[in-house]
Design a protein around this ligand. Structure first.
Ligand SMILES: [Zn+2]
Length: 349
C-alpha cells in the first residue's frame, strides 16, 4: 500500500500552519471545517494515499455535532447574570448557531422531553450544508492571492470536495494535532468576542464546555447497558454495585458520543483504564457484543433518539488501534496491568 512521503506530510503540516497564520477568521466555521475533515478522514478514509470525496451534507452532520454542544447557554461566571449563548462570529451571531438552537428548541418541544440529544434530520442537515458551502468550504484555502488549495481543488462551487491523494492519510495521522490546534484557536476566538466578555471569567475552562465530554448525558445509555451486560462490568465481569458509563475508545483519543462506543464499567475498572485503549481481549468482547446485541442496541438508540453509527464506530476503533500500534502504545488489561498492543487486534476488527 502506497503512503505519502515524509516530505509530503511536512508540506501538509506547513499548509495547516499557513491556514492559521494567513487565513481570515470571521466566524468559528473554519475551525469546525478542519475538525470535520480530520474526523471524516478517520471515519471514511483508509491508510493508503488515495483521494477521498466528501459531501457538504457529511460535513454538515459533523458541524451539527460540534455546535449542538456549543449552542447551549453558557453559565455566567464573570460579572454577568444571565447564561448566554456564546457568540461565534465577529458580526452578528453565526447562522449555524441559530439554526441549531432553533432545531434544539423545536426538537425538545416535539418530544416533550428536555435533555435529549439533537437529531440531525434532513431539513436541518440541508440548511447547515448550505451555510457550509456559502462560507467556509470554498474560503478555507484562500490565503492572500493563493487560492489553489492544497487539501482539495478549490473550485469555488459545488456540493462536494475531493481531498487530494495523501491528504486524508495526513488528516488521519495528525488527527489529534489538527483537533488540538483548531480547538485552541476556537477557544481564543470566542474569548476575544466582546459580546462574550460578560459571561467568561478569567479562569473558566472554556475548552471543557466547548469540547469536553458531556458526562451528564451518558445516563441515557445506562438502562440499555445494564440490560445487555446483565448487570456485570464490561471489563472484569464482576457484579455492578456502582457503575459508570465508559467511552470504550477514550474521549481524549477521539471525541465521539456514537452509541456503540459506550460500555458499562465498575468504578474501579473505569478509573484504572483512564485514557488508555483496552487490551485485545476487551476489543474482541466489544466486537462480539455489537454483533450479538446489534439489533437490540439499534432499536434502543432509535427509540431514544441517540446518535449512533456502527460502521462509523468500527472505523474509529480500527483507526485508534492502528494509531496505537504505530506509536508502540501500551494498552490497559486490568487493574494497574498494562502491556504493549499485540498485532493480533487485527483478527477481531
Ligand atoms: Zn470492572
Amino acid at each position: 500500500m502506497n503512503t505519502p512521503s515524509a516530505e509530503f506530510q511536512l508540506r501538509f503540516l506547513d499548509y495547516l500552519q499557513r491556514i492559521f497564520d494567513e487565513g481570515e477568521f470571521t466566524a468559528t466555521y473554519k475551525f469546525a471545517l478542519l475538525m470535520a475533515l480530520a474526523d471524516l478522514s478517520v471515519e471514511r478514509g483508509d491508510d493508503s494515499d488515495t483521494e477521498l470525496t466528501l459531501t457538504s451534507q457529511e460535513i454538515a452532520r459533523k458541524f451539527i455535532g460540534y455546535y449542538d454542544r456549543q449552542a447551549r447557554p453558557f453559565p455566567a461566571t464573570g460579572g454577568g447574570d444571565e447564561p448566554i449563548v456564546l457568540h461565534q462570529n465577529t458580526g452578528k451571531q453565526a447562522r449555524i448557531v441559530n439554526i441549531v438552537r432553533e432545531a434544539q428548541a423545536e426538537y425538545v418541544f416535539k418530544v416533550k422531553r428536555a435533555g435529549m440529544r439533537l437529531r440531525s434530520d434532513n431539513r436541518l442537515v440541508a440548511d447547515v450544508a448550505r451555510t457550509v458551502r456559502d462560507q467556509p468550504l470554498w474560503r478555507l484555502q484562500v490565503l492572500g492571492r493563493d487560492a489553489d488549495g492544497f487539501f482539495y481543488p478549490n473550485i469555488g462551487t459545488g456540493h462536494e470536495i475531493t481531498l487530494r491523494p495523501g491528504v486524508a492519510y495526513c488528516f488521519r495521522r495528525f488527527h489529534g494535532f489538527v483537533h488540538g490546534l483548531a480547538q485552541n484557536r476556537w477557544v481564543a476566538f470566542i474569548r476575544e468576542r466582546r459580546q462574550n466578555l460578560d459571561v467568561l471569567g478569567e479562569t473558566v475552562d472554556l475548552g471543557a464546555f466547548l469540547f469536553g465530554s458531556d458526562r451528564a448525558d451518558l445516563s441515557a445509555y445506562r438502562t440499555m447497558l445494564v440490560d445487555i451486560q446483565s448487570k456485570c462490568c464490561f471489563y472484569c465481569n464482576e457484579d455492578l454495585k456502582t457503575s459508570e458509563v465508559d467511552h470504550f475508545i477514550p474521549w481524549s483519543r477521539y471525541g465521539t458520543d456514537l452509541g456503540h462506543n459506550f460500555v458499562l464499567a465498575c468504578r474501579r475498572c473505569n478509573h484504572d483504564k483512564r485514557d488508555m485503549l483496552a487490551d485485545v481481549r476487551h476489543l474482541e468482547h466489544w466486537v462480539r457484543r455489537n454483533e450479538d446485541h446489534g439489533a437490540a442496541m439499534n432499536g434502543y438508540f432509535e427509540e431514544q433518539q441517540l446518535v449512533h453509527d456502527l460502521p462509523g464506530s468500527v472505523m474509529i476503533t480500527k483507526w485508534s488501534y492502528q494509531q496505537a500500534e504505530n506509536v508502540g502504545a501500551h494498552v490497559w488489561r486490568r487493574g494497574s496491568d498494562t502491556a504493549g498492543l499485540r498485532g493480533s487486534w487485527r483478527r477481531f476488527i
